[in-house]
Write a protein that binds this ligand. Structure first.
Ligand code: S3P
Length: 167
């Protein structure tokens, strides 16, 4: 197994829930990039976006990816937009196996609707926004080493699939 397992995918794909459980099953450290960014900045992601703007968040995200990628024996859960930066993908690929947790736009919407903590989805038409973002990002996510379609899977199912992949 490579030194780290890296989870990427759109908001609502289950990266944090799967990552936490996977890390427990494998007895690895769990590194949630958004959480680490919030700790570093001492404020929530939504506040970083509203107070500093998205470009600032992406800058901090890039620094955090670089830092965390140097560690070992971790499950790393990334924010949905991590793939926008080429340098992030390069660093994460060097760090370990990249797993894309995919889900259909409908499933993503159903998982996300009603949640209010994601700044990019604070819009009137969340369903449309998901399509817009996915149009640009879908191809970027496929740079992963493995893809798992989580649309009809529970967190436990996804964890089992990852365990099969990496064994
Ligand atoms: C973002 C996803 C979020 C968070 C930020 C931006 C994105 O993480 O990093 O709000 O650009 O898709 P989750 O995918 O964990 O919600």
């Amino acid at each position: 197994m490579k030194a780290n397992i890296v989870l990427i995918g759109f908001m609502g794909a289950g990266k944090t829930a799967v990552g936490r459980q996977l890390s427990q099953r494998l007895n690895l450290k769990f590194a949630d990039l958004d959480c680490l960014i919030e700790q570093k900045e001492k404020r929530q992601i939504a506040e970083i976006f509203s107070q500093e703007g998205e470009a600032y968040f992406r800058k901090i995200e890039k620094q955090m990816v670089k830092q965390v990628s140097q560690g070992q024996n971790q499950v790393i859960a990334c924010g949905g937009g991590v793939v926008i930066e080429k340098e992030n993908i390069e660093n994460l690929k060097k760090a370990g196996a990249l797993i894309y947790l995919r889900a259909s736009p409908e499933v993503l919407f159903n998982r996300i609707k009603g949640q209010t903590h994601r700044p990019l989805l604070k819009v009137d038409d969340q369903r449309k926004k998901i399509d817009e973002l996915l149009k640009f990002r879908a191809a970027l996510y496929t740079q992963a080493d493995y893809t798992i379609d989580t649309s009809n899977l529970s967190v436990e199912d996804v964890v089992s699939k990852i365990l099969e992949i990496i064994k």
